[in-house]
Write a protein that binds this ligand. Structure first.
Ligand SMILES: [Ca+2]
Ligand SMILES: [Ca+2]
Ligand SMILES: [Ca+2]
Length: 728
């Protein structure tokens, strides 16, 4: 069956009829691509063409969306009931397991870090793009991104799967947003998550509550129903497992009440809403290829399978041509909404517990930490792990024998990372589910990172040094023979530190003295309103993360903006209106964290109604719960906050607190906003005017007053700062 599935996908991928409207990149792409690169790198010869052997490495970079350190055996030694991930474990055993990696707390900021080496406070990508976000909060087309640097060094590169570094809404490049940031070889999705699950099964079920259909397929006895499977070409097959039907690109037939239909007798393709998206099984593809961008929608192939297939095709082609390459494989299966992956993608023995209801979005409409969501999360991680294995074997980067998976390509480095902490309902003990993704606490920022191959020596060890997701940007450069500091335009600050030393030298000195993570409110086209969540531990309010009614309600929240029963302007307004003072927990609009490895300072941007004493939190990670099993850094639960008690800090803590505050102030001082500096080099000059003029009349990174257009007002701001930001 698996062969048949792959053949079907090849047919889809290669079908020229599936390539609808094309848009060419506008003329501004020329100006920004020139400005994004340092002249030094533009003229640089390929670094190793000096007669010696090519020491550079190919790179397979795997991003596991929303897989925090708590989810994997390699990063959570205490975890119980974790996913079965033999591939990732094998990579760690043949490489280095980084036990102290911090990501940003949310998708987009981390992803921009991977490819720019710059913290969110510099790139402007401070928040995930969960609703139309203005270009100044998307990755700037003037960033010297990894694919741009790699092209200059003679590499081929491709990003497959979830992008979420920029989006098409408000972006002057539209669906060519990846290419505008240098990702001219992109095949995946511009969405930040899988599309919503379709509880109508392509319009067949008319009952409005979606009961029994929360996974986007009919369920019987906690398993996919056996039903008739209809295809768009009018053919139909009986006796098909509903999940397999979706995998084959069909639609499981159900009656209006959602019960499985077993006969093809009355099947009509015309009665099916073929345009409905359905989680990971039916989704919109965007392709950027050179200066061409197009969409293919909907794609009816399970997303992991499709992405693994494209990775195999790309890597095989590069290996056949003896090109140096980087393949970024960006899986999003473990981002909500969770759906069961095809059974054929799971490892042996990975069966759904027969006594556990197979539900995806909870049918009551209220999400809570359910065993089903954790089980679904496990299944998606297992699917990704198996797909990584498939890619490694199918491309000759590994073989499977009696000893399990063995990596066999010494010229290729394999990197697997999570992009942020786990989402609350999936968090595994001993990590903290209510201080998880979208917070700067340990559960929100600690991610798994394993690296194998290439220059790695003494495989099978752990590295406990602090590393940040920005450091991966520098690692790509180190592996490709690029000096990233020389390659980015003069005056542009990098936050990355070298990582290659950790691979080549088991006792390498620490490259960084502190680590940082943070998020803030993005520049949005519309005002935000509050969303009230109930997660079992009392009400929680956010007015900065779940910023639309659909997003709020999809997380089981109650929406208090336009379209809701009552409108409140923000969470403070809501707290007073609902008279829930003292009960409400706020999700802060911005948070920053900085650590020296032991001590950790958290700085909160407070809502106007919250007492200023909550602005700082301070932790001794070595004294927080589970420190002894989590490499000396425990979980920063509230009771571990040293500033929560009335006792003054002990002298060592007081000194560390002062030092970390100073560190953060130094960092912020180097990232002061400079409206007008479109080229991000600390100087406002004629070059910036040139960029602004190229975007005149529309939204752009030169929309310095955040009003969604670029015009004389923005030029006025630029001229007002002319030269100023560059002053020492
Ligand atoms: Ca993510
Ligand atoms: Ca400038
Ligand atoms: Ca403007």
């Amino acid at each position: 069956m698996l062969t048949r599935v792959f053949e079907k996908q090849l047919a889809v991928a290669g079908d020229p009829r599936a390539h609808p409207p094309r848009v060419a990149l506008a003329e501004w792409s020329a100006i920004v691509s020139v400005l994004a690169m340092s002249p030094a790198i533009t003229s640089a010869a390929e670094p190793t063409r000096n007669g010696g052997p090519d020491q550079r490495s190919n790179i397979l970079f795997v991003i596991l969306d929303d897989v925090g350190a708590d989810q994997l055996r390699v990063s959570n030694p205490l975890g119980v009931g974790l996913a079965h991930t033999p591939t990732i474990t094998a990579i760690a055993q043949q490489g280095v397991n980084f036990t102290n990696c911090w990501a940003m707390p949310e998708c987009s900021p981390s992803r921009v870090c991977f490819f720019t080496g710059r913290f969110p406070m510099r790139t402007g990508v401070v928040s995930p793009m969960t609703q139309p976000t203005l270009p100044q909060s998307q990755c700037s087309p003037l960033e010297a991104t990894t694919p741009r640097l790699l092209t200059q060094a003679g590499y081929s590169s491709m990003l497959i799967g979830k992008f979420h570094i920029a989006q098409s809404d408000w972006n002057p490049a539209g669906i060519a947003a990846p290419a505008s940031c240098g990702f001219t070889n992109f095949n995946g999705t511009l969405l930040g998550a899988p599309p919503y699950i379709d509880p109508t099964i392509a319009g067949q079920a008319t009952r409005s509550d979606g009961v029994g259909l929360s996974c986007g397929l009919p369920i019987e006895g906690n398993a996919p129903a056996i039903c008739a499977c209809g295809f768009q070409d009018g053919t139909c097959a009986e006796g098909v497992d509903a999940l397999e039907c979706l995998q084959l690109g069909g639609v499981p037939l159900v009656d209006s009440a959602g019960n499985a239909v077993r006969s093809c007798a009355n099947y009509s393709s015309a009665a099916i809403a073929w345009g409905n998206f359905n989680g990971n099984y039916v989704w919109p593809r965007t392709v950027n290829s050179g200066d061409v961008a197009y969409q293919e929608s909907p794609v009816r192939v399970y997303a992991d399978t499709d992405q693994a297939l494209h990775a195999v095709q790309f890597i095989r082609a590069q290996r056949a041509l003896s090109h140096r390459w980087m393949c970024t494989l960006s899986f999003s299966g473990d981002h909500d909404p969770w759906q069961p992956p095809p059974a054929q993608l799971l490892p042996p023995g990975s069966a759904w517990p027969t006594d556990l209801p197979l539900v995806c979005d909870e049918e009551t409409g209220v999400k809570s930490a359910t065993p089903a969501q954790r089980e679904l999360s496990n299944r998606t991680i297992e699917s990704m792990d198996q797909q990584i294995r498939h890619v490694l074997i199918a491309t000759g980067l590994a073989h499977e024998g009696g000893a399990g998976l063995t990596l066999t390509a010494p010229d290729t480095v394999i990197v697997v990372v999570g992009d942020n902490g786990s989402f609350l309902t999936t968090v595994r003990a001993p990590f903290n589910p209510v201080r998880a993704k979208a917070t700067v606490y340990q559960t929100g920022v600690c991610v798994p990172l394993v690296i194998a191959g290439g220059p790695t020596v003494a495989p099978g060890r752990a590295c406990d040094s602090m590393v940040s997701v920005v450091d991966l940007f520098e690692l790509w450069g180190e592996l490709a023979g690029i000096d990233v500091r020389a390659a980015v335009p003069e005056g542009r600050r990098l936050d990355s530190r070298g990582m290659k030393g950790y691979l080549t030298t088991p006792d390498a000195a620490n490259a960084r003295q502190f680590n940082y993570s943070g998020y803030a409110a993005a520049h949005l086209a519309e005002q935000c309103f509050p969303c009230l969540l109930s997660l079992g531990g009392g009400p929680i309010c956010t007015d900065s993360i779940l910023t639309t009614q659909q997003l709020c309600e999809s997380q089981g929240g109650v929406w208090y903006g336009p379209g809701g029963s009552t409108i409140y302007t923000d969470c403070c307004d809501l707290m007073k209106g609902l008279a829930i003072e003292g009960e409400l927990t706020f999700v802060y609009a911005a948070q920053q964290a900085i650590t020296d490895g032991r001590w950790k300072l958290v700085v909160n941007t407070l809502p106007w109604c919250v007492d200023e004493s909550k602005a700082h939190e301070f932790y001794d990670l070595a004294a927080c719960p589970f420190a002894e099993v989590l490499h000396g850094r425990g979980v920063d639960n509230p009771e571990c906050n040293l500033l929560a008690s009335d006792h003054p800090l002990a002298p060592p803590a007081a000194l560390a607190y002062t030092q970390l505050k100073a560190r953060l102030a130094e960092l912020e001082a180097t990232a002061q906003p400079c409206p007008g500096d479109a080229t991000m080099n600390g100087v406002v000059n004629a070059l910036d005017i040139g960029v602004l003029m190229a975007y005149w009349g529309g939204p752009s990174v030169c929309d310095f007053n955040n009003d969604a257009t670029t015009n004389a007002q923005d030029l006025g701001i630029l001229l007002g700062n002319y030269g100023v930001c560059g002053a020492p």
